[in-house]
Write a protein of this length. Structure first.
Length: 270
């Protein structure tokens, strides 16, 4: 089955390896339907060279991917992964509007000043209220979806990365999030990187996937590759998760010939 991989990172993000051309070559070798380069947008308000490219690199990143796109139109898409943080959304919107991105992955990696998925800050879990953390995270993801900036919401339940689970049911918070995602018209990726993190589970969980299907939220696929050889990794497993949740199709990005954002359409599982 030919699937797209819309979530890949390159050496520019500071914590990955490989160039866009190497990722594209691996996507071709794997027989993927399409590949999206989605490096991290320069991190605001403070840059961090271990997490994202600097602002001075953005123009070169765009040019490099656009050149690959000119050689493989329809197969290579120019994407970006942008952090949603309420206090920087105006600046992030301006950056996104200044470049011809085909799509934007919206992700929440911070709760206030805490980069909760950053191994360098893992000690903060010792004093964290995990239930409150999950609830705050769900609310921020819903806020992100409603900005209209994002085509895809990345790793929907990233808060579980290090294995921390809420002790109380969060059904009300989750149902509110699902309704907001459906109303916003965004897709949610099945991100297979979680299989290789301490939690040992793809994002989102099977239980959340079933609820996404019931809510009518489309899904697509992302490996979150940080090395070229990880492109499309564990996608057979991801398809199994999607089918088990009741999905019979997935979202595909169709580039806009006039240079605007790509539109989402549905493709059936073969």
């Amino acid at each position: 089955m030919r699937l797209p991989d819309y979530h890949t990172h390159t050496v520019r993000c500071g914590h990955a390896r490989g160039t866009p051309s190497e990722y594209v070559a691996c996507a071709q070798a794997a027989g993927l339907l399409a590949i999206g380069c989605a490096d991290h947008l320069p991190l605001l308000p403070e840059p961090d060279p271990e997490l994202a490219m600097g602002a001075c690199e953005l123009e070169d990143y765009v040019a490099e991917v656009k050149e690959l796109q000119s050689r493989l139109p329809g197969f290579v898409l120019l994407g970006i992964e942008a952090d949603y943080r309420p206090d920087t959304i105006v600046e992030v919107r301006a950056l996104l509007d200044s470049r011809p991105f085909d799509y934007v992955i919206g992700s929440v990696h911070h709760l206030g000043d805490w980069g909760f998925d950053d191994p360098r800050q893992i000690d903060r879990y010792e004093s964290a209220d995990i239930d409150a953390m999950w609830a705050e995270y769900f609310e921020l993801v819903g806020d992100a979806a409603e900005t209209g900036l994002f085509s895809i919401i990345g790793h929907l339940d990233l808060v579980k990365k290090f294995g921390h689970r809420a002790a109380r049911p969060l059904e009300a918070e989750l149902e509110r999030l699902l309704a907001r995602l459906a109303a916003a018209g965004v897709a949610v990726e099945i991100n297979t990187a979680g299989l290789h993190k301490p939690v040992g589970e793809a994002y989102p969980s099977p239980a959340i996937l079933r609820k996404l299907r019931k809510a009518g939220v489309p899904i697509t696929f992302g490996s979150d590759a940080h090395r070229p050889e990880e492109v499309g990794r564990d996608f057979a497993h991801a398809v199994g998760l999607a089918r088990a949740a009741g999905y019979d199709s997935f979202a595909v990005l169709v580039p806009d010939p006039d240079g605007g954002r790509a539109r989402l359409t549905q493709a059936p599982f073969a």
